[in-house]
Design a protein around this ligand. Structure first.
Ligand code: AHM
Ligand code: MG
Length: 333
């Protein structure tokens, strides 16, 4: 594979010219994420060997302070982004407020903002199940040279210039879009390079997998309950298989490759759903639409929601077109 396929670095350079208003900065930003992904991957892979499971603030045998992996991932991505003069602000699931990044001089802070979930599905770490990083990139609204403002982050998903995820699974992959299809790159750990292994990824039009935390069934809206019953009926190509890893990135990745639907509805417990609009739903929705799928909150495309605060939640349904269309029939009835 390594001598035939292009590396992620080569691919980014080759496709740089197709970015609107390209000046090489988005490429540099993607490279910063690529570097951080490798560092986090290294740490995730040895999580069972060194004592990375403790609470943040623990002290290990060498007397060094331990970091939980999600704290480590957060710091690593932030530092890698700060090191280049491209990003003026970051929103992270791990930080209550947005982070302001000053430029090297006042006039030259970056023109992009990044929103991320540095380690999604982190409850899976302790049991050696795959986790991921999700990222979303926008051009800022306020002028360069001024401090970033909250409104720079509160843009509808439709305005994303790039989005993607890293899945730390049986192999580590970086999957992203800049609005020109979705491409997946697999890390060769021996060489430390990502190689294009999954060009032009697309959701199959239909699928036979539904992914939902069915333990919450009693709390779901009636329409979603009805759809789940439909998935279980013995008719045509059903019943579908139920697969739920509990790590959005991993469930999404499988469904995009095999065909399927992911559901995290609003419920009597989570009235707005659980997943975060800005750094979970939006980037996944951008990838979904670029991969010929549909991502919706049940009423509208996820990408059309106008956000009002940085950590807001949304009901989230995404996947193969015909499966989502069927779900929407139930919701609209
Ligand atoms: P996290 O960002 O705190 O890890 O939560 C997000 C995760 C998703 O990856 C996953 O799909 C979902 O939460 C699982 O939630 P639940 O355990 O309620 O099914
Ligand atoms: Mg998350």
């Amino acid at each position: 594979m390594s001598h035939q396929k292009s590396t992620l670095g080569e691919f980014i350079i080759k496709n740089q010219a197709s970015f609107p208003y390209s000046s090489g900065e988005l490429s540099s930003l993607l490279n910063a994420l690529r570097l951080a992904a490798k560092v986090v991957n290294h740490e995730v892979n040895k999580a069972g060997l060194v004592d990375l499971f403790g609470d943040s603030g623990d002290v290990n045998v060498q007397g060094e302070h331990q970091q939980k992996l999600d704290v480590f991932a957060n710091k690593t991505f932030i530092q890698s982004l700060k090191n280049r003069n491209i990003v003026c602000g970051i929103v992270s699931e791990e930080n209550d407020d947005f982070i302001t990044i000053e430029g090297r001089d006042k006039e030259s802070n970056g023109k992009y903002v990044v929103l991320m979930d540095p380690l999604d599905g982190s409850s899976n770490i302790d049991v050696n199940v795959s986790v991921g990083t999700i990222f979303s990139i926008y051009r800022r609204l306020t002028p360069q040279g001024t401090p970033v403002e909250e409104k720079d982050f509160l843009q509808p998903g439709r305005k994303q210039v790039a989005a993607g995820y890293i899945v730390y699974g049986t192999s580590t992959m970086l999957v992203y879009t800049t609005g020109d299809g979705v491409n997946g790159f697999t890390l060769n750990p021996a060489i430390g390079s990502f190689y294009l292994s999954h060009p032009d990824m697309k959701f199959p039009e239909n699928g036979s997998i539904y992914s939902v935390n069915q333990g919450n069934y009693s709390h779901f809206p009636e329409s979603v309950k009805q759809y789940i019953k439909y998935c279980q009926q013995i008719e045509d190509d059903r019943p579908y298989s139920q697969r739920y890893i509990g790590s959005l990135v991993s469930d999404f990745h499988r469904n995009m490759i095999k065909g399927g639907i992911y559901l995290y509805p609003n419920s009597t417990v989570n009235t707005d759903g659980k997943l975060r609009l800005l750094y979970e739903c939006n980037p996944m929705a951008f990838l979904t639409e670029q991969a010929n799928g549909i991502a919706t909150d049940g009423k509208q495309s996820i990408l059309d929601i106008i956000p009002t605060h940085i950590h807001e939640r949304a009901p989230f349904y995404c996947g193969s077109r015909s499966m989502i269309k069927k779900l929407l029939e139930f919701i609209r009835q």
